[in-house]
Design a protein around this ligand. Structure first.
Ligand code: 1BN
Ligand code: ZN
Length: 353
């Protein structure tokens, strides 16, 4: 081989070597491009599926109708005072159970003879409506449906033996829950919901009787249910009691037992109300401590429960001036208040996952 050929073959070798390296580089680059493209496609898919998930989770909260709730309150009052062992009480029980059934709830009428502080046997019935009864995650909503037999807080002592019409103190919470039930039948929330109308809440010992205040003489229906739940071992994430939720210009403060047993539920409800523009109703301030149905649901059932109850710091009782008087009538029920509380609760329940 002459020097020329030698040079040529070594140049060839260099070139062959170079083209081999080039091929390898190109191969690697192709692989990198494919890898980058795959990552890009994967990320794009993930993003789309995340968007789809967000879209899937978008929640529409049905519009609570205060007109409808108002009519459910009025319908109860039209039966007359729903004092246990009276015809009005019996007829109203039939109405409440049939409404819950009409809305698609599974209904249980829990009957019991409960003994009042004075020995009277109260033919009582707790009315329970369950939506999505098989769902594990549950919310409990409750109100009492009976009327107090005596208007013992009336300014006129002549009225102390007359029954209370209980438009606010009883029917307002029940009417609001019936309106919510109407929606739950048509448009099911994600969670299961149990609505309980408790009986014999307001047969408590009058202060005028003197002696032991007998705190446990109130809320007899709730005490019975807490010891004998409609489903053995029943529980719920939390409970919300509605009591006196319809008076014009009513204010709801953070009730102290609710704050003790279920502070996070209080905060969630009050902040939901505020964000909906109902801050003038839901005062973010401490209220009184009230012996009401939620006490027994907390203490006996162990379900963290709150009481949304009117609190008026300017009256002696702490409640509205109509409380346990003959003036607890439809004139003291206001659609704006029903709307504020009902809309807030609809958002709380429908946003539950
Ligand atoms: C609420 C409405 N309560 C009765 N009607 C419970 C209660 C009992 C509140 C005694 C204060 C005193
Ligand atoms: Zn009462």
């Amino acid at each position: 081989m002459n020097w020329k050929n030698r040079i040529c073959s070594s140049v060839d070798a260099v070139f062959r070597h170079k083209s081999l390296s080039l091929q390898l580089i190109l191969l690697y680059m192709r692989k990198i491009v494919i890898l980058l493209l795959s990552i890009f496609v994967l990320l794009a898919c993930k993003r789309t599926s995340q968007v789809a998930k967000v879209e899937e989770k978008a929640i529409t909260v049905p519009a609570f109708s205060s007109d409808s709730a108002y009519l459910y309150v009025k319908k109860q009052v039209d039966f007359g005072a729903r004092v246990p062992n009276t015809k009005a009480h019996e007829e109203c029980a039939v109405y409440l159970a049939s409404e819950l059934k009409r809305f698609g709830a599974k209904v249980i009428e829990q009957k019991a003879d409960l003994i009042a502080f004075d020995g009277t046997v109260l033919k009582s019935v707790n009315i329970i409506g369950s939506f999505n009864p098989k769902a594990e995650g549950r919310i409990l909503l409750f109100a009492h449906w009976d009327s107090r037999p005596w208007a013992d807080n009336d300014p006129d002592p002549k009225n102390h033996k007359k029954p209370v019409m209980a438009a606010n103190d009883g029917a307002s919470g029940v009417g609001m829950l019936l309106e919510m039930a109407r929606w739950m039948g048509q448009n099911s929330p994600t969670v299961g919901v149990d609505i309980i109308f408790f009986d014999s809440e307001d047969y408590g010992k009058p202060a005028s009787a003197g002696g032991d205040p007998a705190e446990d003489s109130w809320c007899l229906g709730t005490q019975y249910w807490a010891k004998n739940p409609h489903v053995p071992g029943y529980t719920a994430r939390y409970g919300i009691l509605l009591d006196m939720v319809g008076a014009p210009g009513a204010t709801f403060y953070r009730e102290q037992a609710s704050e003790y047993y279920a502070p996070r539920v209080v905060s969630a409800v009050w902040s939901q109300a505020k964000s909906l523009g109902f801050g003038q109703y839901f005062k973010d301030e401490k209220g009184g401590a009230i012996t009401d149905d939620h006490i027994y649901v907390n203490k006996i059932s162990g379900i963290p429960s709150i009481d949304i109850i009117q609190y008026d710091p300017n009256t002696e009782s702490g409640f509205g001036a109509y409380w346990h008087t003959i003036y607890d009538t439809m004139e003291n029920v206001d659609k704006n208040t029903l709307n504020a509380v009902g809309t807030t609760l609809m958002h709380v329940v429908y946003n539950e996952k």
